[in-house]
Design a protein around this ligand. Sequence first.
Ligand code: SAM
Length: 196
Amino acid sequence: MSIAEKTKWGKKYRGKLQNKIPPKIHNEWLEKWSTFPDNARILDLASGLGTNALYMASQRNNVVAIDIAEEALFALKRNALSKDLNLDLVVADLDCFFLPENYFDGVICFYYLNRNLFGEIRKSLKSGGLFIMETYLHTDENNSAVNQRYKLKQKELLLEFRDFEVLDYVEETCYGIALEDNNQLNSIAKFCGRKR
Ligand SMILES: C[S@@+](CC[C@H](N)C(=O)[O-])C[C@H]1O[C@@H](n2cnc3c(N)ncnc32)[C@H](O)[C@@H]1O
């Protein structure tokens, strides 16, 4: 169990929830690429407060959301109930977690980078299933405070998922993107690929 991560994120979410900081709206890249038939099985890795998971549930998908921070998942449960949406929530450490084989129609992962999971993601997708990801990217242009180890290398996802059919891939740097505040210059990478 990644105790330090659990403590860090638990504290962060307790602060957010006490101060009633509203969660951001769901991700635009996800909205662009979430073209699934009804009742698709979707996995949201490191969902946090789950705005993306809720969005996917509102689109008639069967959603599983996993996160290490139970505070976030309790809040997500309350939010889902108030919207009459049903999601399966799992409190777990993704540093040591195995996914079912050939099970999901889509795996989504936003602003969480765990390279050890790439093999599990590939394994857990059905043939034809989509992997949709967006997170920080290392470039010389940005001054983001995010730790280097949580940043993708340029074209890393293209190389890692070279056995997938790439539907779209973008690298960009500007203000007002990513989870950081709007005055922060960030670089991010966005990937959507289909398992063959
Ligand atoms: C930057 S937040 C992103 C949350 C959400 N995906 C979003 O885009 O709003 C990163 C999330 O990763 C979760 N996390 C960090 N380490 C984890 C681990 N080892 N296992 C599971 N979740 C973890 C945190 O609790 C947090 O909710």
